[in-house]
Design a protein around this ligand. Sequence first.
Ligand code: GAP
Length: 449
Amino acid sequence: MTPSKELTNMADLVSLSKQRGFIFPSSEIYGGIGSCWDYGPLGVALKLNIKDSWWRAMTDRDDVEGVDASILMHPRVWEASGHVEGFVDPLVDCKTCKGRFRADKLEHASCGKKPSKNPGKTEECQLTEARNFNLMFKTNMGPLEDSSSIVYLRPETAQGIFVNFDNVQKTARQKIPFGIAQIGKAFRNEITPGNFIFRTREFEQMEMQFFVKPGTDMEWFEKWKQTRIDWHLSNGLRRSKLRFHQHGPTELAHYARAAFDVEYEFPIGWQEIEGIHNRSDFDLRRHQEFSGKKCEYFDEASKEKYLPFVIETSVGCDRALLAVLCDAYRIEGEGEEARTVLKLSPKLAPYKVAVFPLMKKPDLLEFTDKVYADMKKNFRATYDESGSIGKRYRRQDEIGTPYCVTIDYDGLADGTVTVRERDSMTQERVSATQLVAYIQNKMSGWKAE
Ligand code: GAP
C-alpha cells in the first residue's frame, strides 16, 4: 500500500491554500491585516458547497424555514441578549512586551520576548490584572458619532432569528416544533485570533434555532446532536476525527441550560467546530422584556400560550471548511513519486471533473470539446491541456478534483475516454455516451478513507 501522511502542520495547508487559490491573506499587498482572510476562486466554490450542503440539510425539512437578517440591528437587541454586559473575555497586558493575551488561555500563548515560554512564565514578564474586554465591534449609524448612534456588528447571527420568531411563525404558518435557519457573517474582536481561519475576527456562521414546547427540549436536544454529527459525516469527515464535548457548569454560556460542542481533531488538537445549545426561553423572554412586545406562541390545539424553548445548532462555516480541508489533506508516496492530494468529498469538491486532451491535435481537441461541454452541462468541470498527463493529474489532485477524463486516439476510434479516480488512481475506459451516468454513480458511492 502507498504510504500516506496526514496534515500535521497547519502551515502546509496555509501554503497549499495560497498557491492553489483557496485562501489568501486579506489585503496582502499592504502586508495583510491580522486574522482576516480572502477566499479565492477555489475557496469560494468550496465554501458555497459547504453552505449549500448545510442549507439543504436544514431547509429541505418541512419544519425549518430560512431567513437572512441584517448585520446591523437595534442596539437594544444586544442589551437584551446579554452581549453588552456579558460577551467579554478576560484580558491581560504585558507591560514589558506590550502583548495582549486572554487571561484564561495563557497556556496557549507565547511570550512576546521569549516565544518558547508562556506569558507570565519569564522573569521579565509583567502582566497586569485581568480586566473584562467586550468582543463586540462598535460603529456609528448615521452622520453623528456619539453614544446615541452606536450600533454593533453582530457577534452571532442567532439574534436576527429570535427577533423574527413571530414574523416567521405567522407568515410561514408554522406550528411548534419548528426551526429557523440562517447563514451570515458575524464579527468578534477576538483578543487572540489565529491558527489560519480557525479563529478570526470576521467569520460566517450557519445557525438554526429550533423552537419547542418547554418540557420537550431535552428530547429535541438529543435529536439535533445526532442530526448534526451526521451532517459532518455526510461532508466526508472521518468519524474517528469527530467527538462530542459536554460543557461543564463553568463552561456554559450565559444563555445555555445544556451544551455540547462537536469537536474535530485538527493538527492543533481537538477543537470546537459547532455548538449545540439548549437556550431555554432565555432569548425570547429577554426580547419580550426589552422590546415590550409579546414573543409568546399560542397553541391552537391545546389553547395554551407559552414562550418556546430553543435548541440551537451553530456551526462556523469557515471552521467547518478548515476541518474539511485538514481531513482531506494527504501526502501519498515518497520522493519523486510523492503526491499531495485533497481527498474531498465529491459533493464539496470545487470541480467534480477535469477534462484533458492527450495532445493539442485538432481531431483530439474536437472530441475533447464535445466531452467537456457535456461535462459542464452536468457538473462543475475544468479543462487543462498543458504539461504531461501526469502533471495534470497532480494539479487536480492538489485541488481535490475527484475524476479526470482523458481523450486519446483510441477514443476517437471507439468513442471511449479514460477516467482516472483521484483516490485510488485507478483508470477505466468508459464510453463517452455513458460518462455522465458513470461519474454520477461514482460520486454517490464515494466514501471517506
Ligand atoms: N449563537 C451561538 C454562538 O455563536 P459560539 O459557540 O460562540 O455560539 C458558534 O459560536 C460557532 O461559530 C463555533 O462553534 C465556531 O465554529 C464559530 N466561531 C465562533 N467564533 C469564531 C471565530 N472567532 N472565528 C471563526 N469561527 C468562530
